[in-house]
Design a protein. Structure first.
Length: 187
């Protein structure tokens, strides 16, 4: 593993090209949130020729449906959602300039191919650490689809949001590398 890499969205091709599977990152700046219901609506907007509710170029989308904040909090528990549920939508968004997504679990071969094609990355946030992750979120505001409740699209301002590069823009896959490393040790 490498030292921790600091990222500030929007990300450039140069930013994502320098990331490798297994790199630890700390993100400061703006993240957007969206889950499957919001992704479905984003694709419907694109299909009807309309603009998205935010400029997707260079951005990161965090797959999260946070709980309501308690008094004095910016956001409630904010742990990652299983990313595979967004796999049918993700390649189209990468084609439009999205530079990365954050969630948990493995991605489909189509998403992994799209990451390489578009010089984008998939990052994992630690499941089970929702309260800890929430501490890195300094501001949260709903920017679209308020009727979706926790699944509304939010604009988050984060400071030192922790994640790990799972799939890089060069075909690197932390899950596959982990399995191979385990197999070699077991042999």
């Amino acid at each position: 593993m490498t030292d921790t890499i600091r990222l500030t969205p929007p990300l450039s091709d140069e930013d994502t090209a320098g990331l490798k599977a297994g790199d630890r990152v700390l993100i400061s700046g703006v993240l957007y949130t969206a889950r499957d219901s919001a992704h479905k609506r984003l694709i419907e907007l694109l299909d009807s020729g309309k603009e998205l509710p935010f400029d997707i170029k260079g951005q990161l989308i965090y797959y999260v449906g946070p709980t309501p904040p308690k008094p004095g909090q910016v956001i409630g528990s904010a742990g990652p959602t299983t990313s595979g549920r967004m796999d049918i939508f993700a390649p189209r968004l990468f084609d439009l300039g999205l530079k990365g997504t954050i969630g948990k679990g493995q991605r489909s071969p189509e998403v992994i191919d799209s990451l390489e094609k578009n010089n984008a990355v998939y990052l994992a946030a630690v499941g089970g650490a929702a309260a800890l992750i929430a501490k890195s979120i300094k501001k949260a505001e709903v920017i679209a689809y308020e009727d979706l409740g926790p699944e509304a699209i939010r604009r988050l301002e984060v400071e030192d949001f922790p994640a790990i590069v799972v799939n890089d823009a060069h075909g690197g896959d932390l899950f596959k590398a982990g399995v191979e490393k385990y197999r070699k040790k077991a042999s």
